[in-house]
Design a protein around this ligand. Structure first.
Ligand SMILES: [Zn+2]
Length: 506
């Protein structure tokens, strides 16, 4: 039984789709099979539709290797040895061994390789090795080719920028407007340039209009920023060769590709979506925004350091907006923390309301005449001693029945013992009540001192600067736990629908 393995490689015409290349190869290999009088069942054609280099990234290769290891094939037909492995030498070893141990032949239009033949094996491994070298050469050649194409104004990327689609020319590829995305791109630009919206507001507007981005469910500020600042929009092609820098770290080779600051821009063959003036305006707005961030922004937040995210434990931060009120946000990325942000003012009001409520309850409970205050520690020791004694007495009380039964006590003695124990217990209960009451009074006393502070906070709060507001709140509040799951963006009723637990210092 024989199999066919098909995979598009970098040697193939890049303008052909994987499907086109593979079907061409398939007919070459069926011709070869006919000449060799081999019949191949359609079920034994392994067609790699993904273009991964490693075995891990090639599901059909994995399937083929499993079948080869079972020893079901006499040979596998491929257009060239290099189609089997590329890149990683471990992968090459795995493939080479699988063919060798199962004695599976590799049949190419050029040569039939029998891995059980020593010379063939060598040729095979050399072929795999060559492919790795070749890959590097091709890669280098491709980079040069891409640069040349960019200089000619062609678009060399495989993924078109937002608003565009790839258009094939005779000498390469360029861009043309995408019928669906281009109006959205223009709409985004108009919001910024002519309606004076911020980048975040553009994202909000798109989300509100239920316009979805290409790959995710909703727009983020960064996505909009990335799209609008792409020089492709003013008809330019950016050539940014990122030089690979290799460093050895703890004996391991680490490759980094730092961003090349000196990117080249070439005049593209594609149409512009923005005028140069519009593009300059967008850029200047972004820079203005960047320069505006206040270095003392924490000083602008009266709740600074006080509100903890109920989901991830991070301290919430104030996020200022140009034309609406500040928000309190969890700094953790949305993917990792579900907490929904709130208007800072609303959280602040809730805290003040909570403090007022505390103040009111304490006002009712307080008793100024209670001045009795022995040390707390002593009181608690006393209380636990009483509990122990009570427990002991209860045991003695139970024992009196036993003694009566076995005749140790006469009825008279029994009654007398019971009475005496009950009296003792009654006395202890009275003592316990007294002490418990005094503890409560001591607590009132503690609250008594906090009341004036609380009152002060509430009265002065609005007159203070955010810094002083923060100082005051920090003197009273240890921390607050904030949790919100409902977004109020499309549901205004959810605006103050959040959980807030206030932990007081006092
Ligand atoms: Zn969080």
């Amino acid at each position: 039984m024989y199999a066919i393995y098909l995979r598009k490689s970098r040697n193939d015409d890049p303008h052909d789709t994987i499907e086109q290349t593979l079907s061409r190869h398939e007919s070459i290999l069926y011709d070869l099979a006919n000449r060799m009088q081999i019949t191949i069942n359609k079920d034994h054609v392994y067609k790699e539709v993904v273009s991964g280099e490693s075995i891990a990234a090639r599901p059909e290769m994995q399937r083929l290797l499993t079948d080869i290891e079972k020893g079901i094939y006499e040979g596998v037909l491929v257009v060239e040895v290099e189609r089997l492995a590329r890149g990683n030498s471990i992968d090459q070893g795995i493939i080479s061994q699988a063919f060798q141990y199962s004695k599976t032949k590799i049949i190419t239009p050029l040569k039939v390789i029998d891995p059980s033949n020593e010379y063939d094996q060598e040729y095979f491994e050399f072929g795999l090795f060559m492919s790795r070298r070749e890959y590097k050469t091709i890669n280098r050649r491709m980079q040069q080719g891409r640069k040349l194409s960019s200089e000619q104004g062609l678009y060399v990327g495989s993924c078109p920028p937002y608003g565009y689609q790839i258009k094939r020319l005779k000498k390469g590829t360029t861009l043309q407007f995408d019928a669906h995305e281009y109006p959205i791109l223009t709409f985004m630009k108009d919001l910024i340039v002519y309606q004076n919206k911020t980048i975040s507001e553009v994202a909000d507007t798109l989300n509100h209009a239920q316009i979805k981005p290409r790959k995710s469910d909703y727009w983020t500020r960064n996505m909009v920023l990335h799209i609008l600042t792409n020089p492709v929009n003013i008809g330019k092609i950016k050539w940014e060769y990122r030089q690979e820098i290799k460093t050895v770290f703890h004996g391991e080779m680490i490759k980094t590709r730092p961003r090349n600051k000196q990117a080249h821009y070439y005049k593209g063959l594609h149409p512009s979506a923005f005028t140069d003036e519009e593009y300059a305006l967008i850029k200047s707005k972004i820079h203005a925004k960047k320069g505006k961030t206040n270095p003392h922004s924490s000083m602008m937040n009266p709740l600074s350091g006080l509100i903890i995210c109920g989901f991830c434990g991070k301290t919430l931060l104030r996020r200022p907006y140009k034309d609406h009120s500040d928000f309190l946000i969890c700094p953790t990325k949305k993917e990792y923390c579900p907490n929904v942000s709130s208007q800072l003012k609303i959280v602040e009001d809730k805290i003040l309301w909570g403090l007022k409520k505390v103040l009111m309850t304490y006002d009712r409970l307080i008793d100024d005449s209670s001045s009795y205050a022995p040390s707390m520690q002593h009181t608690y020791t006393l209380l636990s001693q009483i509990d122990k004694d009570l427990c002991q007495l209860q045991k003695q009380f139970n024992k009196t029945y036993e003694f009566l039964e076995i005749g140790t006590y006469s009825l008279e003695t029994f009654q007398h013992r019971q009475q005496s124990i009950q009296d003792k217990m009654h006395l202890l209960h009275q003592q316990k009540e007294k002490i418990t009451l005094s503890i409560e009074q001591m607590n009132f006393k503690k609250e008594h001192y906090t009341i004036p502070i609380l009152k002060k906070v509430i009265h002065l709060y609005d007159l203070l600067t955010p810094q002083d507001q923060n100082k005051l709140l920090s003197s009273l509040i240890d921390h607050c736990i904030y949790k919100k799951t409902k977004s109020s963006r499309w549901n205004p009723q959810a605006i103050d629908d959040f959980e807030l637990e206030i932990y007081l210092k006092i």
